[in-house]
Ligand binder design. Structure first.
Ligand code: ATP
Ligand code: MG
Length: 436
């Protein structure tokens, strides 16, 4: 951070010198900046979009920073909605496309109290406005603090972000411990960008992460839910999973799963999650749909499986024991990450359907394939079978039956007298959902 308050002259770079084609700029974001400038304000594209454009990536959203106050912004745009309490922001709506416009924030200590609320070092509210330069320094990483002028076609750099970008380094500005304490979500963001951009963390940025990881406990569960989706619903989910573990951040997000991993003599739980993450990456690469509940169901399966095993003697069936274990594991997890019901309901279903794969006789098997959650439960069972939790014979049987005609399916699930004894034995040994 600059040690004195005198304004510094920023470095400016021409877009073409940085390899950014002006054609790549979002039309609506450019329109918003131009409107603001025509009304006498400063306005720039900022943050992730500039960072991603520099890497030749397609930004997923375009954010605008301006010296116009939220009320002034809303007077310029009819399609504007003001949102947020912690940070007041303007959303400019173009159909389903939204451009987020934020007023420059500053460090002013005078306004502490009403506009800026700090508790135990944490920044709970920040609506103290400032200059462009001040706004740059209060952002998280230098590569996220670059401003793109859509009229002059330049990038404005107060923080040596271009240099860090060229050195492929994530560098948290200011004193790292203070800045992580201000907002511990920055711990997760550091790791997310490290993987997403394939950059390294500067030594000062990475040094305090492990020690400060427990600070994530103080983050509201709803905010962590959003962050967890950003972490895992992307094309590098498996690397994110290993980086989170490397920096002890996974334990802060999924403590029950981490506990199981720490106390296990094998690596099955980790492998199953890694496999699920790799599947996610493949699906995203081929533009297939990803169900967040499926991913979270793999993240929490090991604690559910182990608790089911413990509770099993008190219940009449595996399914009942799984339901009881799921209730407990989910109840604990939502204290940390606010998993909504629309996620936890299908997660429970996928888990509770697992014992049905062990029954391969009778018409119920055929009906099972019509269950709305069969496909997800089957995919989940395949994952389990790849990691030794369920016999590959069972997985193959279910893969095969789906390819058959109804008559063939009926024959396959028919009890045959002479096989009865053998099958009885098989069903007994198959009934191993929790005993591995
Ligand atoms: P992406 O959208 O690709 O996830 P991003 O950097 O754009 O990455 P956003 O959450 O959209 O992330 O934030 C936009 C910008 O706001 C960031 O680039 C950064 O400058 C600033 N920012 C976001 N979160 C924080 C934070 N916790 N602390 C400081 N600055 C932040
Ligand atoms: Mg963004």
């Amino acid at each position: 951070m600059p040690s004195n308050n005198s304004p510094k002259t920023p470095k400016t770079f021409r877009l073409d010198a940085l390899g950014i084609s002006a054609k790549k700029l979002d039309k609506q974001a450019t329109f918003v900046t131009k409107q603001l400038v025509e009304n006498g304000f400063q306005a720039y594209l900022v943050g992730g979009c500039v960072r991603d454009l520099l890497l030749g990536l397609q930004p997923k959203d375009f954010d605008v920073a301006t010296d116009a106050k939220p009320e002034q912004i809303s007077k310029i745009f009819r399609n504007c909605r003001l949102i947020g309490r912690r940070f007041r922001l303007a959303h400019i709506h173009f159909g389903r496309h939204i451009i987020e416009v934020a007023t420059f924030r500053g460090p002013s200590e005078k306004l502490k109290g009403k506009y800026r609320v700090i508790k135990d070092g944490r920044l709970l509210r920040d609506n103290v406005y400032g200059t462009l330069e001040e706004d740059a320094w209060r952002r998280d990483f230098t590569v996220n603090a670059l401003y793109l002028d859509t009229i002059k076609h330049t990038v404005i750099d107060y923080v040596d972000g271009i240099k860090d970008h060229q050195n492929r380094t994530i560098h948290l500005m200011g004193d790292p411990v203070t800045r992580y304490k201000e907002d511990p979500v920055r711990l997760l963001r550091a790791v997310r960008f490290l993987v997403k951009l394939d950059f390294k963390l500067s030594p000062e940025t990475s040094a305090p992460i492990r020690e400060l990881a427990p600070l994530l406990n103080d983050i509201p569960a709803a905010r962590l839910y959003d962050e967890v989706l950003k972490l895992f619903l992307n094309k590098k989910a498996s690397s994110v999973f290993s980086a989170l573990r490397e920096y002890d951040l996974f334990a802060a997000l999924f403590p029950q799963t981490q506990h199981c991993i720490d106390n296990s003599s094998d690596n099955i739980a980790v492998e199953l999650i890694e496999h699920a993450m790799l599947n996610t990456e493949k699906r995203l690469a081929s533009n297939q749909h990803i169900a967040p509940y499926f991913l979270v169901s793999t993240l929490l399966w090991e604690p559910v499986r182990q608790l089911t095993k413990k509770l099993r003697p008190s219940f009449n069936s595996d399914t009942q024991a799984i339901h009881a274990a799921a209730n407990e594991v989910i109840a604990q997890q939502i204290n940390r990450i606010a998993l909504p019901k629309r996620l936890t309901a299908p997660m429970r279903e996928v888990w509770a359907l697992q014992p049905r794969f062990h029954k391969r006789i009778g018409v119920r098997c055929i009906r099972f394939m019509d269950h709305p959650r069969f496909r997800a439960a089957y995919d989940f069972m395949l994952l389990r079978s790849k990691h030794g939790e369920i016999s590959p014979n069972i997985a193959d049987w279910w893969t095969k039956i789906q390819t058959l005609t109804p008559a063939e399916q009926k024959a396959m699930t028919q009890p045959k007298k002479e096989q009865k004894k053998g099958r009885h034995q098989a069903n007994k040994s198959d009934n191993k959902i929790v005993s591995n």
